[in-house]
Design a protein. Structure first.
Ligand SMILES: [Zn+2]
Length: 467
């Protein structure tokens, strides 16, 4: 890595309130950090990247992805949530070997970098053995992405999930829950490129004593919690936040994923306890979780991040999430205006904007991931997690509103340059990492896992026939 990198003459969308949107500016990177942002910067011996006509943004942040599922990408394009539970979690997950977790994590993290995602919250509920955890971390490390390793639980059968005494860190070692070893072995510091959180099931996804145990473990290890709540029509997933309140388990910096059906009382509890939300809008509307109620979160002042959730069922880049929430949440407000028979010559009230959406995909995501102090905006002193988007591409030019260009026009093919902490991982449209070995590994993983899926016929074309 060059010690100094100077990005020249870009349209810089800093996401820093005091710097704003700069129509023509330079970004100086020194020792992995943003050293300066402004006009006509100079730096001796710096590597200069010409960004004339291109758009510079902070790296995207995916606040919740089950990266291990990358090995079985698009195996479930038509699933609803309930079919997903029965197939992905009950028929694939128990067969996962450590090598499958490694292959899925490495390939998924490389996919992120290619798409301009510089921070990935890897929600890893595939800890079937301690080796599975080591393998997942190894995949993240090799990719060189910034990540939050959200240590989960075993995924050996749904019956165990709901009814078993399957505590967090269910794999017990002599040291107690294996989460303790992981914390000590890999994450003794909270300042590394990879940090740790605890991915828990929460009320109505397991027994109350398991919930108590898991939250106590997070307290003991000093970890933030990330938990799915309030999704789909099955009633027993509702009132989980109220359930946590009843158990005295509301914690600051907890991420409530989906949150499609929180009650007003629960929204107030999330706000008052210092929680935040992660919306996976494409998955939520496609699989039936509900809406991604961003307007409601805004009303309560709850920080919002976006996430891709599962690659089994939708694409995992942040352009997809931005398109999806801009469409779905505005659609929800338009429908309310229709239902209220409001004057059609006025815009529907409460529409979200493209600027809000870009903020959620970057700075909002950093707040949700708990690392706003180091990433999420182009602010001097923060880590240089940066993306340059090609402003001359056939689907992007001509630019009038650069935020509109990023949120409404650009896609993964326009991600020109990506750096994580100043490390250029994608340079002029080419990933630095070699993709051959990781792709072979993830294809071998797919072959194995598909062979173990069992009946009934899921309707795929045979993998061998595709080779
Ligand atoms: Zn999820």
């Amino acid at each position: 890595m060059a010690d100094r990198i100077l990005i020249k003459n870009g349209i810089v969308l800093t996401q820093d309130a005091s710097l704003g949107e700069l129509p023509r500016a330079d970004v100086l990177v020194e020792d992995g950090r943003i050293a300066a942002v402004g006009r006509d910067l100079t730096a001796d011996d710096a590597r200069v990247i010409d960004a004339d006509g291109d758009i510079v943004i902070p790296g995207f942040i995916d606040t919740h992805r089950h990266t291990w599922e990358t090995s079985i990408r698009t195996s479930a394009p038509d699933y609803a949530l309930i079919t997903y539970f029965g197939s992905i979690l009950d028929k694939f997950a128990p067969h996962y070997r450590p090598d499958d977790v490694y292959a899925g994590n490495l390939w998924g993290a490389l996919e992120c970098l290619n798409a301009g995602i510089t921070t990935l919250v890897d929600w890893s509920h595939i800890i079937n053995t301690p080796d599975h955890a080591d393998a997942g971390i190894k995949g993240l490390q090799e990719s060189e992405i910034r990540s939050v390793y959200a240590y989960g639980f075993g995924n050996t059968s749904l019956v165990d999930w709901w009814f078993g005494p399957d505590y967090q860190g269910s794999v017990l070692t002599s040291d107690g829950p294996d989460a303790r070893r992981i914390r000590k072995q890999y994450f003794s510091s909270d300042d590394g490129l990879i940090t740790m959180s605890l991915a828990t099931r929460g009320p109505n996804f397991c027994k109350p004593e398991v919930v108590q145990h898991d939250w106590a473990l997070a307290d003991e290890l000093g970890l933030n919690i990330t938990v799915h709540v309030a999704m789909d029509r099955f009633g027993y997933t509702k009132m989980q936040v109220a359930g946590l309140r009843d158990m005295n388990l509301l914690r600051p910096n907890t991420t409530y994923i989906h949150a499609s059906h929180l009650t007003p009382e629960e929204w107030a509890l999330v706000r008052d306890s210092g929680g935040n939300v992660s919306f996976a809008p494409q998955i939520e509307v496609q699989m039936g979780h509900g809406w991604a109620p961003a307007v409601t979160a805004l009303e309560y002042g709850v920080p919002i991040g976006l996430s891709s959730d599962v690659a089994t069922t939708a694409s995992a880049d942040q352009f997809t999430q931005m398109h999806s929430i801009l469409g779905s949440e505005r659609g929800r407000k338009h429908q309310e205006a229709w239902d209220a028979d409001l004057d059609g010559l006025q815009p529907s009230p409460g529409l979200i904007t493209s600027r809000q959406v870009l903020e959620w995909a970057t700075l909002g995501g950093a707040k949700v991931a708990g690392i706003e102090d180091r990433t999420g905006s182009i602010t001097p002193g923060k880590q240089a997690d940066l993306v340059i988007i090609d402003g001359k591409a056939v689907n992007v030019a001509p630019i009038i509103d650069p935020v509109g260009a990023v949120v409404c026009a650009a896609d993964v093919s326009n991600v020109r340059t990506v750096m994580v902490a100043g490390n250029v991982v994608k340079d002029d449209f080419r990933l630095k990492a070699s993709l051959d070995a990781p792709r072979r590994a993830v294809e071998a993983s797919r072959d194995y896992l598909v062979s173990r899926f069992g009946d009934p016929d899921p309707g795929w074309l045979p993998v061998k026939a595709l080779a």
